[in-house]
Design a protein. Sequence first.
Length: 329
Amino acid sequence: MIDHPGRFPWWGMAAALCIATVAFRYERRRYRNRTGGLFAYCFPRTIWRHPSTLVDMKVGFFNFVLFGGGALNITWRISGALVASGITLGLTHLFGAREAVGPWNPVAIVLFAMAFSMASDFGYFLFHWAAHVYPPLWAIHKLHHSAEVLSPLTAARVHPLEKPIMGVFMALTTGALMGPLLYLYAGRTGVLPALGLDVFGSLFFILGHHLHHSHIWVYFGPVISRIIMSPAQHQIHHSSLPRHIDKNFAEHWALFDWLFGTLYLPHGREDLKLGLAGYTAQPHTGLAKAWFGPVIESVGKLGTTSWAWAHRVLRRPAQALPDAEGHSV
C-alpha cells in the first residue's frame, strides 16, 4: 500500500484531500460569493464529466491492464543499478578496492536520499525537456498535454512508450550518482539508506503531488517554488498560453528549471488555457487515437527530422583548405 513510486498511493491521495480542504476554506473566506460545498469544490462535474477525463480513464486503465507489468518496457535492463555497477567496477579497476569512507549514519542517509531524489528528477527533467523540443518525442508526449481539463487521473494519461524512454534518462542520472557513492562506501548501502529513499520520495506526495494535475491552485510562494515544484507551477506547464509554453519541466525539484532558465513563477492566480497550442480539434478523442496516433506521427517525424538533419550536414559547404602561403584553395 505504501509504495511511493506508484501513481496513486492512498496516503498521497489523503494528503492531497487535506490540502484541498485547506484551499477550499481559504478561497471561501476570500471569495465570499463562492457557492457549493467541499465535495463540489474537489469534484466539479464540469471536470469529471468532461470527454477529456473519459480519455484519461481509458488510457490509464488499459495502460495498467495491458502494460502494468512492464510488458512494453523494452529498456528495462537499462537501469540505475546497471549504470551504477558499471561505474563502480570501472573505478575499482582503475583505483582498486578501498575501505568505506564512513558509516551510514543518519546524516549520510538523509544526504544520500536527497541526492538520489535530485538525480532521479534531473533525469526526468532532461527527458521532459527533450520530449518538448524533439518532434518525434513530442508526438508521443503530447498525448499527456492534449488533456483539456486536469484531474489526478491525467497523471495516467501517458503513452505506453513514454516510460521506456524516460527510464533511460533516469537510469543514467541516478547511476552516475550511485556508482561513485557505492565505490566510496564499499557497497555498504544496506536497508537504512533504502528506507531513507522511500521516505524522502514520499515527502512530495505529502506536499500535494496529486494536485499537480487538478484545478486546485496551490502555490508555495516565490522562494520555496524556486526549489520545490508546487501544484500551481505544473498546472502552468500544461497551459498553452505563449508565456507558459515550455516552462516548469521538473517533476519535484524546481531548482533545475531555475538553473536552466525554464522556471515560471506566477504573479497571483493566473488564467490557464489547457490543451494543445495550434489545434482547433482534440486529436486524441479515444483510446485508439491516443495509442496509435502518436506512434504513426512519431515515426513520420523521425523520418522527416532525420532527413532534415542529414540534409543540413550533407549540404554544408566544405571549408577551403589553406595552401602553403596561407591562401584558401
